[in-house]
Design a protein around this ligand. Structure first.
Ligand code: SD4
Length: 291
């Protein structure tokens, strides 16, 4: 029997995001609307430090956002290196629905957002600015991308019609090089959904997912019969067997299949993900390779 509707998302901030997504799903709403509405919660929350408003800036102090969304019909939309817009996920959805394209970046993405009625605002909160200044004052020593730097939200939902959609949104790696784009807006790397099979999304050191097209890999493994959990594990193992420095980083995948079964797997201990279905809401620990 299919377990639907259901929504899962990365990290503890997924709990509040799932709650909003669940309101959509529980009213027989569409998974696409659920994931968009859900991830807007951390995008707007200044205390979620690597998504949207309040996110860590790049090394020059600019907050640059990446996001993508994918529906049950293989439609997808994406924005990268987007500045000054609080809800990149909603701009990504507009790219999907209002243009013939999949991805807009930088100034073009911002111009498009303005045309679509989004407002420009300063996304660098006083706290984020202070942290960035402290980082600069400290000699910018420690490399930015470490296992602490993990807060991207990826969300997957299966609605009561049995359709799957996913969303992923982030401010990316803290103090990244200006212009750097990670996995989160890249279809196949940070998110992939095939309504015949299932969906996957990722968090952590984006370059590792990009090198392995991780989320597409997870979905293809599920197509070949792997459970969501096994598929996430195999994708992490692919990273671990191919990329020398994998142990220095965190990567976490979550996956949801057509039957409403879900799973997760990560490199390091400490990754968790939020689940909400008719059995209630919970935070699960991701099984990991190095724990
Ligand atoms: C990135 N994957 O830009 C994102 C960052 C992240 O949890 O997930 N942090 O590489």
């Amino acid at each position: 029997k299919t377990n639907k509707p259901i929504v899962i998302s990365t990290w503890e901030h997924g709990l509040a995001a799932n709650k909003i997504a669940w309101q959509v799903l529980n009213n027989s709403g569409r998974a696409l609307d659920a994931v968009e509405q859900g991830v807007r919660v951390p995008e707007a929350d200044p205390n979620v430090r690597t998504v949207g408003y309040g996110g860590y800036p790049d090394s020059e102090g600019n907050v640059t956002l990446d996001a993508c969304i994918m529906d049950e019909n293989m439609n997808c939309g994406s924005v990268a290196y987007l500045q000054g817009i609080k809800h990149p996920i909603s701009v990504a959805r507009k790219v999907m629905e209002e243009t013939p394209h999949v991805m807009l970046v930088g100034q073009g993405a911002q111009d498009f957002a303005l045309q679509q009625g989004f407002d420009i605002q300063d996304l660098l909160t006083p706290q984020a600015k202070k942290d960035w200044q402290d980082w600069r004052a400290s000699g910018q020593g420690k490399k930015q991308i470490n296992i602490e730097n993990h807060d991207t939200i990826g969300m997957l939902a299966l609605d009561s019609q049995g359709n799957l959609s996913g969303a992923c949104t982030t401010s990316g790696a803290a103090y990244k090089l200006p212009g750097r784009v990670g996995d989160s807006p890249i279809i196949g790397a940070g998110l992939y959904v095939d309504n015949e099979v299932g969906g996957a999304t990722a968090t952590g050191m984006g370059e590792l997912m990009m090198k392995t097209v991780g989320c597409h890999l997870v979905v293809e493994l599920m197509r070949q019969g792997a459970s969501p959990q096994e598929a996430c594990k195999k994708a992490v193992e692919r990273i671990a067997t191919r990329l020398d420095n994998f142990a220095e980083f965190q990567v976490g995948f979550i996956a949801l299949n057509k039957a409403g079964e879900y799973g997760a797997y990560c490199i390091q201990p400490g990754f968790n993900y939020a689940v909400q279905d008719s059995n209630g809401t919970r935070l699960n620990d991701g099984k990991n390779l190095l724990g």
